[in-house]
Design a protein around this ligand. Sequence first.
Ligand code: ARG
Length: 284
Amino acid sequence: MTVTAALETPCAEPRTPTRRRFVMCPPEHFAVEYAINPWMNPDEPVDTALAVQQWNELKSTYERLGHEVQQVPAQPGLPDMVFAANSGTVIGGRVLGSRFRAPERAAEAEHFRRWFAERGYREVVMPSRINEAEGDFAWTGELLLAGSGFRTDPAAHAEAQEVLGVPVVSLSLVDARYYHLDTALFVLDKGPRAQIAYYPEAFSAGSRRVLERLFPDAVIADEADASCLGLNGVSDGRNVVLPQEATGLAGRLRERGYEPVLLDISELRKSGGGPKCCTMELHG
Ligand code: ARG
């Protein structure tokens, strides 16, 4: 490192990105027609064209960062299908599909199941319990952090452990605004020394203690970070895609050597979604 470079990043360790494989579904039919979380107000107008533009920006950001994006075709009548994270948990070629709590979203699961089956995935299991996939599951490379409280059934955590063959850590969500784990926590860096960011107030006291024990050097988010859905980020180990309002969190990430990439996701947030909700990762 040159002297100047060292001065520019005084205390941050260098971060190395790894190439990711993402699955996304375009918001062609995006709308807020029902309210299944506190962010959704069917009386507030939604600009679908703007949602498409913001989604395209997210997709091209991933591609510019060198990641692969595969697309699942959007379906009319399924306005939340853009939130691809809810439709599967994929680790090491094994696919655990989803089972939605809200009847309005139920049909999305089958479209994704078929998409995986058509692509030759042999081990595709559909859950017997309510399971909103990566909305409530975060893979650290060693542990599957699993949320419940509003959507995913706690029994789905044990089912995920059995199907995917990975250790699951159950966490309880307690604030309805942070109804999915991925609205309150995300993985910054995978592996044996995984690092996460999270908003402690979204978790029960016991779950907070679990997180403190497992991730003593986590990036702690505050109310301002969480309330713009700043915890709905996507990291490749170095570049961290965040809603543009999450400037406080972005600053703290920069201090840790990450490179925040801020995007406008205003339309998708009207449904309670952000970058991560739109992004399913195929974990190797
Ligand atoms: N309107 C959707 C719902 O409430 C938003 C889902 C957001 N997805 C997520 N992974 N948090 O189900």
